[in-house]
Design a protein around this ligand. Structure first.
Ligand code: HEC
Length: 98
């Protein structure tokens, strides 16, 4: 019984695809770079110049991480100081679009 329920939930979240959450939880004291290497690098590799993104002025990294995107999972467990440090790392390693 319990097993059937787990399988059903698993299949449903696979099908939902776009609105999935990633339950990555940073260890205490992990800095932005360590978090990025652990949680983000699988999808966001640096370009030849070592930059991850070209960010528009309107891009809110905190919101992106907390809320996800059409393709990107949300990371509800990256919060507070960890999220601030991650956003700082991402900003420092991105180009700013004009
Ligand atoms: C499973 C793959 C995946 C993971 C893991 C992932 N992302 Fe993303 N990310 C995407 C995709 C795909 C997009 C663009 C489409 C969208 O918004 O869904 C994106 C978009 C972004 C953007 C917006 C870029 C722009 O130019 O507007 C930022 C910032 C970003 N991701 C940061 C992160 C951070 C920080 C992490 C780690 C906490 C992370 N992503 C983890 C797939 C991922």
């Amino acid at each position: 019984m319990k097993y059937t329920l787990l399988l059903t939930v698993g299949a449903a979240s696979l099908l939902a695809g776009c609105s999935k959450n990633n339950d990555f939880t940073p260890a205490v004291g992990m800095n932005g770079e360590a978090i990025f290497q652990a949680a983000c690098i699988e999808c966001h590799q640096p370009d030849d110049g070592g930059y991850y993104f070209t960010l528009a002025k309107t891009t809110d990294i905190g919101k992106k991480v907390s809320g996800g995107g059409t393709m990107m999972p949300a990371f509800p467990n990256i919060q507070g100081e960890a999220l601030r440090s991650l956003a700082e790392y991402v900003t420092a390693h991105s180009r700013q679009a004009e």
